[in-house]
Design a protein around this ligand. Structure first.
Ligand code: ACO
Length: 374
């Protein structure tokens, strides 16, 4: 264990942001920040993104953490989407017009807490059902009911648009969900594990996860990536815009990472999915080429800006390009991230629960010791 948590001195250094602290053993995923590798239960994320469905990878993550796991998760997850849709009745226009993450979180908060597989599947289904409903009700349209026979990705796109997605689009969303389903002890997963450790239940753990994910330093970054691309507008403007943003003290969204000291491997997994989508689109190839030009300029400038701190592309940059290519609105990108990551939060919550240990670190008091009461 590194600095900070095991034996806190009466005064002395603390690991701000828990940087470098090891707080769990996990069988779920390994983030190798030096080599730029993400392994999910033994498989390289790039391989999973190319070959496996979200249902397969959710099964892989949950395997061993629940009694009665079916061998094929797809029908059970389809049935859970239908169950989740019952909650959409509680969605009114006022709620739907809020930030989509807040609206989806409010609907998830209506689900009962529990620790079993039924609760887990309902929670994994929830963002896929609630996000389309929120977007449609906000636009004055009626929610579309789930089709349990479709894949999770295809059904989410159909419920959003009201018409079926192409196989290529469903496959691209599937690759995205697989790519983001788990990632070591990131902020939202840690939040979910903390809440799970109190034995509050899986719904509470997922609510903690989605609340942490919402912030722009974590899963809230891809919306601002689109704003950045739109403001830059053309490759020739990239350098001047980026230099001005850094001079103002802004952070470039979609760059930098706590663990990776090289390029985030998920960026390439997503780029491969965008390239596939580009083969059947007239607009995606141009947008991808533009994004690549901005990325190259940003990486070059960030190298000079912080020579001692590698700030390479993270998952959020190409998340933005991919989800935009699928016609999803930037305001909903974090909800789509949650659609994939909920599987990871739940597996981690169960893993934490199995340790039987409450997460309860210490702090070093640096306030006054003796103050006379008035
Ligand atoms: N642009 C410009 N400067 C940056 C960036 C960036 N994207 N990221 C870090 N820095 C700078 C910081 O300003 C800081 O500079 P300082 O030492 O002069 O104060 C230095 O690099 C170190 O930054 P920290 O915040 O200490 O590093 P940390 O490991 O905590 O940051 C983080 C990781 C939060 C992801 C950061 O790189 C960032 O804010 N990136 C932009 C937001 C983003 O893309 N978020 C998505 C992350 S991926 C995910 O969570 C799914």
């Amino acid at each position: 264990m590194s600095k900070g948590l095991s034996a806190v001195p009466a005064a002395g250094p603390v690991a701000e942001g828990l940087e470098g602290v090891v707080a769990a053993h996990t069988v779920l995923s390994d983030v190798d920040g030096q080599a730029g590798r993400l392994t999910i239960r033994g498989y390289a994320v790039e391989d999973l993104a190319q070959r496996a469905s979200f249902e397969d990878v959710a099964h892989l993550l949950l395997d061993g953490f629940f009694d009665g796991m079916p061998s094929d998760l797809a029908p059970a997850l389809g049935a859970a989407r239908v169950r989740a849709f019952a909650e959409v009745a509680a969605l009114d226009e006022g709620l739907a017009r809020r930030d989509p993450v807040e609206a989806v979180r409010a609907l998830i908060a209506r689900l009962p807490d529990g620790d079993g597989l039924d609760t887990a599947l309902l929670l994994i289904a929830a963002p896929a059902v609630f996000t389309p409903a929120v977007l449609r009700v906000a636009a004055g349209q009626s929610p579309v009911a789930p089709d349990a026979a479709l894949s999770h990705a295809a059904d989410m796109l159909r419920m959003t648009r009201g018409v079926p997605a192409t196989d290529g689009e469903a496959r691209a969303l599937d690759a995205y969900l697989v790519t983001v389903c788990d990632h070591g002890l990131n902020a939202s997963t840690f939040a979910a594990r903390v809440v799970a450790s109190t034995r509050a239940g899986l719904t509470s753990a997922v609510l903690a996860g989605i609340s942490a994910l919402k912030g722009p330093l974590h899963g809230g970054a891809p919306g601002p990536v689109i704003e950045m691309l739109d403001v830059i507008g053309a490759p020739d403007n990239a350098q001047a815009w980026i230099l001005a943003a850094l001079a103002r003290g802004d952070r470039l969204m979609g760059f930098g990472h706590r663990i990776y000291r090289v390029r985030d491997p998920r960026a390439d997994a997503l780029k491969a999915a965008i390239r596939q989508l580009a083969q059947t689109s007239s607009t995606v190839p141009g947008r991808l080429a533009f994004a690549e030009a901005v990325e190259q300029a940003a990486v070059r400038i960030l190298r000079d800006h912080k020579p001692d701190r590698p700030l390479d592309t993270n998952v959020e940059f190409y998340t933005a390009v991919l989800l935009e290519a699928l016609g999803l609105p930037p305001a909903a990108f974090t909800c789509v991230f949650a659609m994939g990551r909920t599987a990871g939060w739940i597996a981690h919550a169960r893993e934490q629960l199995a340790t039987g240990k409450l997460v309860r670190p210490q702090s070093v008091y640096v306030g006054p010791r003796t103050k006379a009461a008035a």
